[in-house]
Design a protein around this ligand. Structure first.
Ligand code: BEZ
Length: 264
């Protein structure tokens, strides 16, 4: 395993994720519209989490496989949707013989820091004419949160503990990678999506505990808790208003296809 792959968070508290991060799949509803699943199509949900969007795609009559690197997420998805198929797999190293009509991915690709490897997995799993419909964190996603964490680590003299666990590309960067991998990009957009966090006053702390600790994976829980409290205070003036925390999400949304024939 190379260093980049080690950055992907593997172990998750799947129940906490379902309870306090349900907005993640709620925002994916819209993306399913762009996917437009057809009856009988074979579709992969790439980084399926606890399976909610895979289940929605299946409701449209497609045959869905959900893959996720986290054993906890896959176990929870199987419990919630026993009629569907979920497998534990690394999206940066996923190989299949039988090809799919579409790869769908919501809020997962930014965890796969080796983007070329993830793209190779996705294109390798698609039939000629197959499509990729994906949304994930784009350039400057959660920049205020990252900045607050970096400042916090500096205040505690521990800036060397910071790790950037995510890949947030520009449109230009990502579409170039897709084209290099032989895909035709039909649409690509980058947009701000300020996101209201669940949990009221605890919203930002919950987010940092669930996701933010990936920025300092090498510290013990007590130190992490101190840093989280400090980062929350630093974020308050800009991200908190009357009991509501907002995270500065920015999304990149992609629709690309594998050409049926090579016309060039
Ligand atoms: C996101 O969905 O943008 C995201 C989630 C967790 C960590 C970082 C970004």
């Amino acid at each position: 395993m190379n260093d980049q792959k080690q950055m992907q968070k593997i172990h998750w508290e799947a129940n906490d994720y379902d309870e306090s991060m349900s907005f993640v799949s709620r925002f994916g509803d819209d993306l399913i519209g762009l996917l437009n699943p057809q009856v009988g199509e074979r579709i992969v949900d790439f980084g399926c989490g606890t399976g909610d969007l895979a289940a929605q795609i299946a409701v449209k009559g497609a045959q869905v496989l959900g893959i996720d690197i986290s054993p906890e997420m896959v176990e929870r998805a199987r419990e919630k949707y026993p009629g569907l198929t979920f497998e534990c797999a690394d999206g940066m190293n996923w190989n299949v013989d039988q090809k799919y009509d579409a790869v769908f991915s919501n809020a997962a690709l930014h965890w796969m820091k080796d983007a070329e490897a993830a793209i190779a997995s996705m294109t390798g799993g698609l039939k000629p004419g197959g499509r990729l419909v994906a949304e994930f964190g784009g350039y400057l996603n959660v920049a205020d949160i990252i900045y607050a964490v970096k400042e916090t680590l500096t205040v505690f003299g521990r800036e060397n503990m910071f790790v950037m666990p995510w890949y947030f590309p520009t449109i230009g960067e990502y579409t170039l990678l897709l084209e290099k991998a032989g895909m035709e990009v039909r649409s690509a957009i980058l947009f701000d999506r300020p996101t209201r966090l669940e949990g009221g006053d605890h919203g930002m702390r919950d987010w940092l505990e669930m996701f933010g600790t990936a920025m300092f994976p090498q510290v013990d829980q007590a130190e992490a808790a101190t840093w989280i409290e400090e980062a929350v205070e630093r974020l308050k003036p800009k991200q908190y208003d009357q009991g509501v925390w907002t995270a500065d999400y920015r999304r990149i949304r992609i629709h690309a296809v594998i050409p049926k024939t090579n016309k060039t």
